[in-house]
Design a protein around this ligand. Structure first.
Ligand code: HPA
Length: 282
């Protein structure tokens, strides 16, 4: 039981002992966005500590529960809290829950996060659909022996896999259409991932802007890499909790990240709740 696939199977077994729900859509909630889990109907909440091999979050604002149930009649698995590489976790651990979601039957993953806004027109409190990413964490979650048994779709589970449409254009179009219907401003941008936990320096942010990044954060890209390895479709939504370092002449605080999350919660919840049934219908 020591290889990654067996560990993921053990986690799936423990979850299936608690609920019959076979989730179609997985949702990973970022910092300050955990409140969305209250939308799940018939919820069965399983603490990460009760799931074999599941990593435990050490960050304030990440509660550490897998919430299974339905949204608009669609079976979902919602991760209330994630772990990050900066907590000292290996890539394999950071992405373990994503592997488990895939084995549970999730075919679409909605990844959400708190991010700093690099592009001038991306204001604090805005929601942004991630169009692409730049992985500057210096590592990759698919490192190590390839495991084709993680494939959830035909052609998936390959050693080398395509990332040219990692953030599904169809899902992005759907998100924009729904945001427009609800009158929620939703822009699009490229997310650059850094390791953290320090926020960036102004010089780093200037460099990232030159590289083509619009948003910066410390999560998400590895989950997306693993999801694409498995053949899972991805929608990424960032909540911009602050202007990135040097954009405004102000220091960045984690409390601000949490506060903005609470403020934007209603828009975020409205958007995601409406999107889940649409996603499941395709
Ligand atoms: N930088 C990196 N990660 C973040 C930020 C930021 O400015 N804001 C929220 N997460």
């Amino acid at each position: 039981m020591s290889d990654l696939f067996s560990k993921a199977q053990a986690a799936v077994g423990a979850i299936r002992e608690r609920t019959q729900i076979a989730p179609r859509v997985g949702i990973i909630l970022g910092s300050g966005l955990g409140g969305f889990a209250a939308q799940v109907e018939g919820a069965v909440a399983i603490a990460y500590a009760e799931i074999p091999h599941f990593p435990q979050s050490t960050v304030v604002g990440h509660s550490g529960k897998l919430v299974m149930g339905t949204i608009g009649g669609v079976p979902v698995a919602v991760m209330q809290g994630r772990v990050h590489a900066y907590e000292g976790y290996a890539m394999e651990q950071v992405t373990f829950p994503t592997r488990v979601l895939g084995l549970l039957g999730v075919r679409t993953l909605i990844v959400t996060n708190a991010a700093g806004g690099i592009r001038a027109d991306i204001a604090q409190g805005s929601l942004v659909a991630i169009s692409d990413h730049i992985n500057l964490t210096g590592t990759n979650a698919a490192l190590g022996p390839n495991e084709p048994r993680f494939a959830c779709a035909p052609e998936a589970g390959q050693r080398f896999f395509d990332m040219s449409a990692a953030y599904s254009p169809a899902l992005r179009r759907m998100a924009h259409a729904e945001a427009e219907r609800q009158g929620i401003p939703l822009s699009e941008g490229v997310y650059v991932a850094v390791l953290g936990p320090s926020y960036e320096t102004p010089a780093e942010i200037r460099a990232f802007r030159t590289l083509g990044a619009d948003l910066v954060g410390m999560s998400t890209v590895h989950e997306v890499i693993v999801a694409r390895h498995m053949g899972i479709e991805v929608l990424g939504i960032s909540l911009v909790t602050n202007a990135a370092a040097g954009v405004l002449n102000e220091p960045i605080h984690h409390e601000e990240v949490m506060e903005i999350g609470r403020r934007v919660e209603r828009q975020f919840t409205g958007l995601l709740t409406a999107l889940v049934p649409q996603i499941a219908a395709i």
